[in-house]
Design a binder for this molecule. Structure first.
Ligand SMILES: Cc1ncc(COP(=O)(O)O)c(C=O)c1O
Length: 486
């Protein structure tokens, strides 16, 4: 049994932040847990989103609190001013951007992880073994070898940046970490399709290579990278004395879920001597759905893959992951000796290498625990079935749109994203207004994007709670709003 500090042992002049009354704390804690479980159990009855009233926003402009507040009062503040105004991605009618819904088990694991307060930067303790366990599972998901290494990060934005760093260091040698890019004298070039996520541009900027060193290759009608254009771009750069080093493939583009021909990209990368990285933020975990897995053929030949357990894996935010085929190349891009992080063969300072050897973070939370709970409790078959269900719902929505003359499908549906709109004069304005009304009336939360210059309503079906009735509610609300707003 876990026991708290015995108050009688504490001197009055020895302040602690532990509760003075554990019994009262326990009752309050149980109430919070019960309330949150009820919230999730009944989430469908709530609006998907509510605009924040001015008085609620003003609540968060208080001065720094010097004195204490009662826990129950702070919790009441949360229940009244935070919980009702959350972004809604746990709600079945949330279909915007690319956001997982989370699971109850993941939430409980977050509580346990916070109770342990593990720092997962390193040292020899069980939390690090849980992360290694997840790495082993990700090797199995993506068909990677046992020497592959993985690490939890906030999300794929950072994982893509780290993969770029590993690829750059592998190309220039570990000394380039000291000498810097300019000293190496090579003008590196990276390749990705025009449909790539903006975080890849950001990664190029952050790396010091600059986004001009990123070649944005043309796409075909289904928004997959054009292989002939890719080969031509690499050849032109070589002829100009530039140094191609990195090819990035999309396992589901952010706008429409297009999957590049990853097998062909693996071959091109091998022939050209390029690092082959896959951005699997959106679609990578569809490897868990047997009928979808063949769409990603070639991913098992990549040098690295970035993906998010917090999207289709339904692990509560945040739980991004980077997996690198050659664990030693991964380590040599980040590991740095320092006296205060000395490794030992025994004691708590054992267990090297540590996660901090594989990325820029030293202090890190226990993201692995909520992932471990989610994967163990549900099993990959059930998670894979939820992923397949998202794609089935997307096909259902597509069919309904194609059968409805007032609606127009704007892009092919490769996975779980459907881009469409109401046919209307001033269609951009009308469709943007329809989406804002859907949000503000709490009916549904799709997002928007632009497809071939047209504003699209974008439904990204990734939430394990979404059902056919939510698709029907979305469609009928859009048609009604169309009549109202035209
Ligand atoms: C294809 C793609 N790449 C990268 C990202 C960035 O991932 P994260 O938000 O986890 O940083 C996203 C986010 O939606 C995405 O869809």
């Amino acid at each position: 049994m876990i026991r708290g500090l015995q108050r009688a042992d504490a001197m009055p002049e020895e302040p602690t932040l532990d509760p003075a009354d554990w019994t009262a704390l326990r009752a309050e804690a149980h109430r919070m847990l019960d309330d949150m479980l009820s919230h999730i159990e009944r989430i469908r009855e709530e609006p998907v989103w509510r605009p924040l009233p001015g008085r609620v926003r003003a609540r968060f402009r208080e001065d720094l609190p010097a004195g204490p507040s009662n826990l129950a009062a702070v919790y009441r503040d949360f229940a009244m001013n935070i919980l009702p105004y959350s972004s809604g991605n746990a709600h079945p009618a949330f279909m915007g951007w690319v956001q997982g819904a989370g699971t109850v088990e993941g939430m409980l694991a977050e509580m346990l992880a916070a109770g342990l307060n593990a720092n997962c930067g390193g040292r020899d303790h069980a939390a690090i073994e849980v992360e290694r366990q997840i790495t082993h599972w990700t090797r199995q998901i993506f068909g990677y070898p046992s020497e592959a290494n993985g690490i939890f990060v906030t999300g794929t934005s950072i994982a893509n940046f780290m993969a770029l760093t590993v690829a750059r260091t592998a190309k220039l040698g570990a000394e380039s970490r000291r000498h810097g890019l300019a000293a190496e004298g090579q003008r590196l070039r990276a390749y990705v399709s025009q449909a790539a996520h903006g975080c890849i541009h950001a990664a190029m900027e952050l790396s010091g290579l600059g986004s001009d060193a990123l070649r944005l290759v043309a796409v075909d009608a289904a928004q997959r990278i054009d292989l002939a254009a890719l080969r031509a771009a690499i050849a032109a750069d070589r002829a100009a004395g530039l140094a191609p080093f990195l090819l990035m493939g999309n396992a589901g583009t952010v706008d429409i879920g297009a999957i590049d021909d990853l097998a062909a990209l693996a071959i091109i990368a091998q022939e050209e001597g390029l690092w082959f990285h896959v951005d699997g933020a959106l679609g990578g975990l569809a490897m868990l759905a047997p009928r979808l897995k063949p769409l990603f053929k070639g991913i098992e030949r990549s040098d690295s893959v970035a993906f998010d357990f917090h999207k289709w894996g339904q692990v509560p935010y945040d739980a991004g992951f980077l997996l690198v085929r050659d664990g030693e190349k991964h380590r040599s891009a980040f590991a740095a000796p320092s006296a205060y992080l000395r490794r030992e063969t025994r004691g708590l300072a054992g267990g090297s290498p540590w996660p901090c050897d594989f990325g820029p973070d030293l202090s890190r939370g226990f993201r692995a625990l909520k992932t471990w709970f989610t994967l163990k409790v549900h099993g990959t078959d059930r998670i894979g079935a939820a992923i397949a269900q998202s794609c089935a719902l997307a096909r259902y929505l597509k069919d309904r749109i194609e059968a409805e003359p007032r609606l127009e499908l704007l892009a092919p549906v490769a996975l779980n994203i459907v881009c469409f709109r109401l046919r209307a004069a001033e269609a951009d304005r009308v469709n943007a207004a329809v989406v804002a009304e859907l949000h503000e009336r709490g009916i549904a939360a799709p997002s928007t994007t632009t497809i071939a210059g047209k504003l699209a309503i974008r439904a990204c079906l990734i939430n394990h709670r979404t059902q056919k009735r939510d698709i029907e509610a979305l469609l009928s609300a859009i048609l009604d709003l169309g009549n109202e707003l035209r």
